[in-house]
Design a protein around this ligand. Structure first.
Ligand SMILES: Cc1cc2nc3c(=O)[nH]c(=O)nc-3n(C[C@H](O)[C@H](O)[C@H](O)COP(=O)(O)O)c2cc1C
Length: 368
């Protein structure tokens, strides 16, 4: 695939996102790559990988656990809850900044998507409803267990874990954090009418289902400042065996409640042709970042139109950035893009991680 952006394209214009000015509006989407050490410390390969992609307007990191119990959806995913994690994230922040980039760390709790054989911890969720899916554990594929419903008195601890991880991210030199409330993980599970059947103040009516994500956003804003906080949601998305019946009301409550905080951005994974997109877009006056999340290749033509009309402040691109460290240059030149290799998305090691060639490397004469 090739697509050429004019040098005066809207996607190539700078945009202010909270405390950061991004030089272009093509951001790198969060991508779990399963290359961290078993204790959740990112590897040195991650430093190379992210620095290679520093030309993105903003890099949003792979999902990163706020506590040991918050991890466990995939093997070898990183954390941000001990000093060793923070020190390695500081290396990454330094390398990305040195290469001219900007970076937020995405923070998650995996909720019912966690498997005890990966996390070593009990799987917890808003309600005892299992995802009808399997996890890839160290000993092979295994169905996700029925989670234990969190007690009301445990929820403040989860909010505190997000707050503490955000503090660590900023202390590591990151430009901010993105709170992951999408794709069927814990915060999304609370928002959803399918996975949240609670009868306390965190369940039932839409404003109750929105409460946990809102409290996390409020706590993280209080800790590191609104200009360094983004939020990702995926209303109506099917990832994580999640299909909300009412995909609007809890999100309306959430966006209305957090709007006065003035966070850096709202990042929405959604088909922009749906009525839900229109309803939620109209509710948000701050920076709005879109990820169209289709199975097909990124439609840069569509994204450029949205940016031109002012419907979006920026777009995140996942697989195309994964496979093209020099994506921005290629779009400017209208060059062919490397094809992402699905087989190495979550495989260990450098192959399919830091060895996707830039255009310049492809054009170098091969030595005999
Ligand atoms: C390998 C892979 C890992 C992903 N990991 C995450 C993640 O850690 N956090 C997240 O919010 N979304 C994650 N996603 C979803 C992407 O952020 C994005 O929404 C999806 O790839 C669609 O965008 P694209 O068409 O530009 O690739 C992942 C997607 C892929 C392909």
């Amino acid at each position: 695939m090739a697509f050429q952006l004019d040098s005066d394209a809207s996607l190539l214009k700078p945009v202010r996102i909270g405390d950061v000015v991004a030089p272009n509006r093509i951001f790198m989407a969060p991508l779990t790559r399963s290359r961290a050490h078993a204790d959740g410390t990112p590897s040195d390969l991650a430093t190379v990988y992210y620095a290679q992609r520093a030309a993105a307007g903003l890099i949003i990191s792979e999902a990163t656990a706020v506590s040991e119990a918050a991890n466990g959806a995939y093997v070898n995913t990183p954390g941000m809850y001990i000093d060793r994690h923070q020190e390695q994230w500081a290396e990454i922040a330094g390398a990305v900044h040195e290469a001219g980039g900007r970076m937020f760390v995405q923070l998650w709790h995996v909720g019912r998507m966690g498997h005890p054989d990966i996390s070593g911890a009990e799987t917890v969720a808003p309600s005892a409803i299992a995802a009808n899916m399997a996890a890839h554990t160290p000993s092979g594929k295994s169905p996700l267990p029925v989670p234990r419903a969190l007690r009301t008195d445990e929820i403040a601890g989860i909010v505190a874990d997000f707050r503490a991880a955000a503090r660590r991210a900023v202390d590591a030199g990151m430009d901010g954090v993105e709170i992951h409330s999408a794709n069927g993980y814990l915060l999304h599970e609370f928002l959803s009418d399918v996975t949240n059947r609670r009868d306390d103040s965190y369940g039932g009516a839409p404003h109750n289902r929105a409460r946990l994500t809102a409290e996390v956003v409020e706590a993280v804003v209080d800790e590191i400042g609104a200009g360094r906080v983004g939020l990702r949601i995926s209303p109506g998305g099917s990832a994580g065996d999640m299909r909300e019946v009412d995909e609007v009301s809890a999100y309306e409550e959430l966006l209305t409640r957090i709007a006065p905080l003035g966070i850096a951005y709202l990042h929405v994974l959604i088909d922009p042709t749906t009525p839900t997109f229109g309803a939620l877009r109209a509710l948000w006056s701050g920076p709005f970042i879109l990820n169209t999340g289709r199975d097909t290749e990124t439609d840069f033509c569509q994204l450029e139109s949205f940016a031109e009309w002012g419907a979006i402040s920026a777009a995140t691109v996942g697989r195309a950035f994964l496979a093209n460290p020099d994506l921005i240059d290629r779009l400017l030149l209208g060059a062919e893009l490397n094809t992402p290799d699905v087989a190495t998305f979550y495989a260990p090691g450098p192959v399919g991680y830091i060895d996707y060639p830039t255009l310049a490397e492809l054009e170098e004469p091969q030595s005999a």
